[in-house]
Design a protein around this ligand. Structure first.
Ligand code: NDP
Length: 298
């Protein structure tokens, strides 16, 4: 029987832990974890993400601030805002919602965020820590971090002897995912658009992570029987069966086919997505505990 890895349920578990640890931190130190989310422009998808991040933060008992800036905001003004948030003692996590308008250098903005408040884990310091196996002291990017928790639920923390294939090499998902799998002792291959015979490579995977951005690309016969399949993709496709002009969300994996072969698989929606936001809260909590000089309770 294929196990469906329920991201909503596991995310709720993570968030329950975050809420409890927040109450403990507030009661013992008076420190309230604070998160600032910055959005530039009016991209509708980004607005939905930002609103749900703010909502979750408040549910966790955090101090949550949103800065909504006009599409025409200059790079210098955005740098100045990030620097003021770096200096703000009430803020432990800073998230600048991507993508940014084209006239702003996103890389510069990311590197302006203090590594100690970089709860997205994109700053070079955190990237470097993950690349050198210093995972415990780093802020790990939320999507790969959430995917690892799901993998842990199936295989435990030590992935010795398991082959992992990550399809996708982005800085946000593919590369940090591969580093985390490596740090957990898996034997890791990273595949991308130039990889030869991708289906055959995928069939070698005990753990297959798809982070491609191509709807239902990974077919059932790409999956090794019994493998764990983590589908990071979020793609909107037409759904004429729901009515004219309607759409639905699918992953990068052909779920109906792959679910027949896999040992465990994440659905879309309800898989990696909810984990990503839960890990953002967990990272902000970690930052607040660090400020207090305390380890985060497990
Ligand atoms: P990117 O577009 O940055 O990277 C996609 C990667 O897939 C690239 O490395 C690219 O290769 C590779 N690729 C593209 N086409 C092929 C192909 N035909 N065969 C093999 N590899 C291919 O995407 P992201 O990493 O940012 O996101 C990936 C997916 O995950 C998207 O669907 C996105 O929406 C989703 N996502 C979901 C999140 C969540 O919370 N669940 C969070 C973040 C992303 P190359 O480098 O050679 O171009």
């Amino acid at each position: 029987m294929t196990q469906v890895i329920d991201g909503k349920l596991i995310a709720e578990d993570v968030l329950t832990g975050v809420k409890k640890a927040t109450s403990e931190l507030v009661a013992t130190t008076g420190i309230i974890p604070g998160i600032a989310v910055v959005i530039v422009g009016e991209d509708p998808a980004s607005q939905v993400y930002v609103a749900s991040k703010g909502r979750k933060a408040r549910e966790c008992g955090f101090h949550s601030v949103q800065h909504t800036l006009d599409e025409t905001t200059s790079e210098e003004d955005l740098v100045a805002l990030v620097e003021s948030l770096n200096a703000d003692e009430a803020i432990h996590g800073i998230l600048v919602q991507l993508p940014l308008p084209k006239h702003i250098d996103a890389a510069r903005i990311i590197q302006t965020i203090s590594p100690d408040k970089d709860v997205d884990g994109f700053n070079f310091i955190n990237v470097g820590k993950i690349g050198t196996g210093e995972v415990e002291t780093a802020f790990v990017p939320c999507t790969p971090a959430g995917s690892m928790i799901m993998i842990e639920r199936i295989h435990g923390r030590d992935l010795s002897g398991l082959n992992a294939v990550v399809v996708g090499r982005s800085n946000i998902v593919g590369k940090p995912m591969a580093n985390l799998l490596l740090a957990a002792n898996a034997t890791v291959t990273i595949a991308h658009s130039r990889t030869k015979d991708l289906p055959a490579l995928c069939r070698t995977a005990d753990i297959l992570v798809a982070a491609v951005g191509r709807p239902q690309m990974v077919k059932g016969d790409w999956v090794k029987p019994g493998a764990t399949v983590i589908d990071v993709g979020i793609n909107r496709i037409p759904a004429p069966e729901k009515g004219e002009g309607k759409t639905r969300l699918v992953g990068d994996v052909d779920y109906p086919e792959a679910a027949k072969v896999a040992g465990a698989i994440t659905p879309v929606p309800g898989g990696v997505g909810p984990m990503t936001i839960a890990m953002l809260m967990a990272n902000t909590l970690k930052s607040a505990y660090r400020t207090a000089g305390k380890p985060v309770p497990r």
